[in-house]
Ligand binder design. Structure first.
Ligand code: PLP
Length: 381
């Protein structure tokens, strides 16, 4: 039976969030409108300091998007043609797009079937294969912290060190997560995050940031985000890009940072509610040991693709939205499959068939959660 009596549950509720920060947000935006330094204004420097403190990194450089953050990090290492960049096949397209834009070759690695994070044993296999083939230089590893949870950074860093790889943490989905008691942001040589509006810490437009412990890298990132500028504006030292962060986005983020810890706690409460109510009905997400999640996405697994399609339809009829991250692993995407060496990545391929995301955000009410879980239990039945 279709539920026509109630409006659908919002998959994400940015209006409710805006109402919670309304006064501070208005004050912040008015300040930008008063000084009119719209790009790299004082809010950007203030935000960089706050974010660095939040995640325990020495340096933070605000940039124009998560994708541009990844690009600047790889440009700073001079990564380009002939270089292999290892990354998971089960992630958002931007992770693989950037190496290709720079002329490098993405080498896709499978993920763990329980946590969905990059499979460290398979990474070793892939590195060995690239070395044995002798066509590409093994240069970099982009570890993605998928869906809010951390990748296994101690293991990834050890592998990277053995093979002399630059490590980049793609933290776009997981800013605010912790691993072994430490916030993510300083586990890799550099960390890139995104402030796309739907991310756990989202702006009102595009934005991103880079974190590093290295002063030299931070200086390079600042130069690269402004067309490779030197110490004066019209000295061009290197080929860079237009990768700057807007003051208005920084103002929004400063305001949202004031409620971010309580939002993380609220997301965790939603995840626990789902774990308890749905754990017997379907496969709920496995937690990465000794970590906390930013819960960008709460993804469950259905029996197969047909079961997923029918559950999604049943939930839609009950006003419960779902989404699929990701319906196709990157090595099967038309844009990337010619770059792939043909290795099957069975876990990524299987997840794409069966995975389904439920709404998770800080403004879900008890009533929303009960409604969602009742509908899921009935649909899986
Ligand atoms: C969102 C996302 C990006 C890109 O961030 P943008 O700010 O949208 O450019 C990169 N990697 C992952 C894993 C993402 O989820």
């Amino acid at each position: 039976m279709t539920d026509t009596t109630r409006p659908p549950v919002p998959f994400l509720d940015l209006k409710a969030q805006q109402a919670r920060i309304a006064v501070d947000l208005r004050r912040r935006l008015d300040a930008v409108l008063a000084h009119c330094q719209f790009i790299l204004g004082p809010e950007v420097a203030e935000l960089e300091a706050e974010l660095a403190r939040f995640c325990g990194a020495k340096h933070c450089v605000g940039v124009s998007s998560g994708t541009d953050a990844i690009q600047i990090a790889l440009m700073a290492e001079g990564i380009g043609p002939g270089d292999a960049v290892f990354l998971p096949a089960f992630t958002y397209t931007a992770t693989a797009e950037v190496p290709l834009v720079l002329g490098a070759t993405p080498v896709f690695v499978d993920v763990d079937p329980r946590t969905f994070q990059i499979d460290t044993a398979h990474l070793e296999t892939r590195i060995a294969a690239v070395r044995a083939a002798g066509k590409l230089r093994a240069r970099a590893l982009i570890g993605v912290d998928l869906f809010g949870q951390p990748a296994d950074w101690p293991a990834l860093s050890a592998i990277a060190q053995r093979h002399d790889l630059f490590t980049l943490d793609d933290l776009a989905q997981s800013f605010g997560a912790t691993l072994h008691g430490q916030p993510l942001g300083s586990q890799a040589d550099a960390t890139a995050t995104s402030f796309f509006p739907s991310k756990p810490l989202g702006a009102y437009g595009d934005g991103g940031a880079l974190f590093t412990q290295s002063e030299d890298r931070a200086a390079l990132y600042r130069s690269l985000r402004t067309h490779g500028e030197g110490t004066t504006r019209y000295e061009v030292l290197r080929t860079g890009m237009n990768g700057r962060l807007d003051s208005i986005q920084a103002a929004v983020l400063l305001s949202k940072l004031t409620v971010f810890p309580e939002e993380l706690a609220a997301r965790e409460r939603v995840a626990r509610y789902y774990d308890q109510r749905l754990g017997n009905a379907l496969q709920t997400p496995a937690r990465v040991p000794d970590s906390t999640s930013a819960w960008a996405i709460y993804a469950v697994l259905l029996r197969d693709g047909a079961a997923r399609a029918s559950v999604q339809a049943a939930l839609r009829a009950q006003g419960v939205p779902t989404a699929i991250y990701y319906p196709r692993p990157l090595h099967k995407q038309p844009a990337y499959r010619d770059q792939h060496d043909g290795t099957t990545l069975p876990v990524s391929e299987d997840l794409a068939e069966r995975i389904m995301a439920l709404p998770i955000h800080p403004d879900l009410t008890e009533a929303d959660l009960a409604r969602i879980c009742d509908a899921v239990v009935a649909a899986v039945g």
